[in-house]
Write a protein that binds this ligand. Sequence first.
Ligand code: 13P
Length: 253
Amino acid sequence: MRVPFIGGNWKMNLSLTEAVAFVDELKQQLPDKNEVETVIAASPLFLSAMIDHSLNSPLQIAAENCFYEDYGAFTGEVSPKSLAEIKVPYVIVGHSERRRYFNETNDIVNKKVHSILRNQMTPIICCDETMGSLDSGDHFAWVVNQITTALHGIDEEVAKQVVIAYEPSWAIGTGNSASTSEAEEGCYLIRQTLADIYSDEVADEIRILYGGSVNDQNIVKLMQEPDIDGVLAGKASLQPSEFVKLANFKRLK
Ligand code: 13P
């Protein structure tokens, strides 16, 4: 059974004070971790404090990015080893904003996936689908290539734990979510790709999320789809009350 995963990606928003207040406000209002996993990804500057404030609560705190080396002359980068040291469980990798603004390629994503797993953390591998690839009709190949390259060299036992997020960039930050069937189609394609790379059994264990303008109005339908195991919300994760609604999607109508 794949435990539903409700994630928030704050991006470069909120302050340290707001981040800690957010955790304090919502930590008692979240479902049990065995029933629904709740995860917020935030700036590396906030992580230690957020982790301290979320102790003894179901909320898990994730990083939005890291570098692929543990140490070295890489000014300004965040070491995966330092994230592991403060007990970060998940790291987002390959978000479309990183691909677009910071030239993160599939090969870099693959290196980061290896380094995150080597440090006993779990990557949340984002898979973009640009408007360009949609227009030219090759978005299936585009998605398959991202997943195949990101997981290159990852053994099947380890692969079972990764989380993948299908995030069409035309749906991110636009208020225009993919339709339920478009989101399911993307997540299904990813699961078929995982079955081709590994096996049906491995593909059945890996959680696949949808991201792109998720809110309390569309989450219930999205979560009913067979291949959507969770969501990664941007804007809707910035308000504690909104995130609490997403986390408790089973009680929404
Ligand atoms: P929005 O929910 O604001 O569209 O952002 C989604 C996203 O980028 C999650 O990683």
